[in-house]
Design a protein around this ligand. Structure first.
Ligand SMILES: NC(=O)N[C@H]1NC(=O)NC1=O
Length: 173
C-alpha cells in the first residue's frame, strides 16, 4: 500500500485498516485521519506518536491498560487481537510450559500491582526468556521512567504494525 492509497481512504476504511496500530485504541487512528494528507510513512507514524505524546498521563496509562498481558488470560481464552496473537506467538509465548507460564503470571501481577498498568514489551523484538528477564529488570525501575519505557514499547509495536500494513522496512519507519 502506498501513501496515495492511504490518503485516499475515507474515515471508515482508514479506521478499519489502522485502528489497531495502537492496541485496541482505534480512537487514535480516528484522530490521525483528520491530519491527512500524509507526506510519507514517516509522517503517518509521527502523527500516531504525537497523539500519544500529547495525552495527559491518565490517557497514556489508559493506552497501556488496553494491552493484554504477555502469555496471560486473554491468550488462554483466545480473545487476543490478531496482531497480538501473532506477536506473542512469534516470541514463543503461546507455547510456554506450566512453570514458565506461572512465573510470568506472577511477575505480570507484581508489575501491575506496582505500576497500575500491565507490562508492555514489543514481543517481536524479544523471546520468552528475554521477556521474563526484562520484566524482572523493569519491576525495579522508578515509576516515571517506567511509564516512558512502556510507551516506547507501544511505539515499537505500532511501528512494526504500520510497517506490516504498508509492507515497509521497519528500519525506515
Ligand atoms: N503486554 C504486551 O506487551 N502486549 C503486547 N506486546 C506485543 O508485542 N503485542 C502485545 O499485545
Amino acid at each position: 500500500m502506498d501513501i496515495e492509497k492511504v490518503n485516499s481512504m475515507d474515515f471508515g476504511e482508514f479506521v478499519d485498516v489502522f485502528g489497531n496500530v495502537i492496541e485496541r485504541c482505534p480512537l487514535i487512528a480516528a484522530a490521525v485521519w483528520s491530519q491527512r494528507p500524509f507526506s510519507d510513512l514517516e509522517d503517518l507514524k509521527k502523527h500516531f506518536f504525537a497523539f500519544i505524546d500529547a495525552l495527559p498521563q491518565s490517557g497514556q496509562e489508559g493506552i497501556l491498560r488496553c494491552h493484554p498481558d504477555l502469555a496471560g488470560s486473554e491468550l488462554r481464552r483466545g480473545t487476543l487481537t490478531a496482531e497480538s496473537q501473532r506477536e506473542q506467538s512469534g516470541a514463543g509465548l503461546t507455547t510456554l510450559g506450566a512453570d514458565e507460564r506461572l512465573r510470568l503470571e506472577e511477575l505480570n501481577a507484581r508489575y501491575r500491582a506496582r505500576f497500575g498498568f500491565p507490562f508492555v514489551l514489543a514481543a517481536r523484538f524479544s523471546d520468552r526468556a528475554a521477556a521474563s528477564r526484562e520484566l524482572e529488570r523493569r519491576l525495579l525501575c522508578p515509576s516515571a521512567q517506567e511509564l516512558r519505557t512502556a510507551l516506547g514499547e507501544v511505539k515499537k509495536i505500532g511501528s512494526l504494525r504500520l510497517a506490516d500494513l504498508l509492507r515497509a522496512d521497519p528500519a525506515k519507519l
